[in-house]
Design a protein around this ligand. Structure first.
Ligand code: NAD
Length: 354
């Protein structure tokens, strides 16, 4: 296998990198990753007001703009060498099962961003797709066969969110096929870590369950409600592994316009995840199962054959190590909020009650 290309080997340190969705979890961490690599010209954009961003990285130009508006996209990408689009109206199962219109409307973001990036002469464009783009009929058993890239077609994506991802992928593929802009597409499987949503209705299972365990410990009410029957299985990728993978995928010319899995292939059930968090927290809770709550597909795992073959990439962070860091960060946020300090997850626009 040839030496992998990355931004550090491909562009100059003062070339402009534009990152959309940077007030959120993954793009915020990607911004910090590039800044730590010594890139000096980064523009980070999100529609959230600046005080609500999880991370505002020093030395980075931070703009609050709605990127579903084409005029804003043109401003956002002006002068960009590379554009990373991770902006989307998204959340965990509670959000994507109930707010399909919001999820579908993210099509506007990618549609305008990819066109604006092309017109601005950007050399590379990254799009964050999702495992939700895969055919849902292949995910009805907790003992899933891991999903490989070809399993997206024939298409039967997750309603709303998954179809938006699939169509946006296609936009990226055609901008390469017809117009020769280098696009990169990663299908993320659940990503977790510090500096992400942990409350308010958009949080995903690792953060939601950590918060519930923290709450139980704090209040002394040693009960926990789990969505579904707890047997549903998923894999979880730590954020540091994710941002490294984004960099490698974006700069690999063998992967242009080629959707590729970016995720862990270590499968756990929600029940196992709860046990792990209990162990980290040093507590044991009485479990209650809410069978009416959103639970998503029965099982989902990432087949990493392709990414291992092309990039030699594999996730390095064991689930326990990543969850310890995530739990510690959420516990601190919880503490800060109780002490009356502002925390980014403190404002919720969609409250899912369960
Ligand atoms: P996030 O919600 O933390 O970040 C997304 C950000 O996009 C938010 O800060 C939001 O304010 C911003 N945004 C939404 N609409 C916008 C608009 N019109 N203009 C500008 N900004 C806008 O989510 P995340 O977990 O960081 O996800 C990043 C990307 O990765 C998304 O495209 C998501 O669909 C994808 N993804 C994430 C996961 C995961 O496990 N976190 C899994 C699969 C795919």
């Amino acid at each position: 296998m040839a030496e992998n290309e990355t931004a550090a080997t491909t562009i100059n340190k003062d070339d402009l990198i534009v990152i959309a969705g940077a007030g959120g979890f993954i793009a915020g961490s990607l911004t910090r990753y590039f800044r730590d690599q010594g890139f000096t010209n980064i523009r980070a954009i999100d529609k959230k007001p600046l005080p609500e961003w999880y991370q505002r990285v020093p030395g980075v130009e931070c703009l609050s703009m709605d990127l579903s508006d084409e005029a804003n996209c043109k401003i956002a990408v002006r002068g960009a060498k590379e554009v990373y689009n991770l902006a989307a109206d998204m959340g965990g199962m509670g959000f994507i099962e109930r707010f399909r219109v919001e999820c579908l409307r993210s099509i506007l973001i990618n549609t305008h961003m990819v066109e604006s990036a092309y017109n601005a002469g950007a050399e590379r464009y990254f799009f964050s797709s999702s495992a939700c783009a895969y055919n849902t009929t292949l995910q009805q058993d907790p003992n899933v066969r891991a999903l490989k890239e070809s399993d997206a077609y024939p298409a039967m994506a997750e309603r709303g969110y998954g179809w938006e991802k699939l169509l946006s992928e296609m936009f990226c593929q055609e901008y390469w096929a017809e117009r020769k802009m280098k696009t990169a597409i990663a299908r993320f499987h659940n990503v977790y870590g510090p500096n992400g949503t942990w409350d308010g209705g958009r949080e995903k299972a690792p953060a939601a369950l950590s918060r519930k365990v923290i709450e139980a410990k704090e209040t002394g009410d040693l009960n926990i409600t789990i969505w579904g029957d707890g047997t549903q299985t998923r894999s979880f990728m730590y954020i540091a592994d994710c941002v490294k993978g984004i960099d490698m995928i974006t700069h690999c010319d063998d992967l242009i316009a080629t959707p590729i899995n970016l995720g862990s292939n270590y499968l756990v059930s929600v029940n196992d995840l709860v046990s792990l968090i209990e162990d980290i927290a040093g507590t044991k809770l009485e479990r209650h199962y809410d069978l009416d709550a959103p639970r998503g597909v029965a099982g989902r795992n990432s087949d990493n054959t392709f990414i291992e073959e092309i990039l030699g990439w594999e996730p390095h962070t064991p689930l326990r190590e990543g969850m310890e860091k995530t739990y510690a960060w959420i516990a601190q946020q919880y503490e800060d909020r109780r002490a009356g300090k502002p925390t980014p997850a403190g404002k919720s626009d969609f409250k899912v009650v369960h």
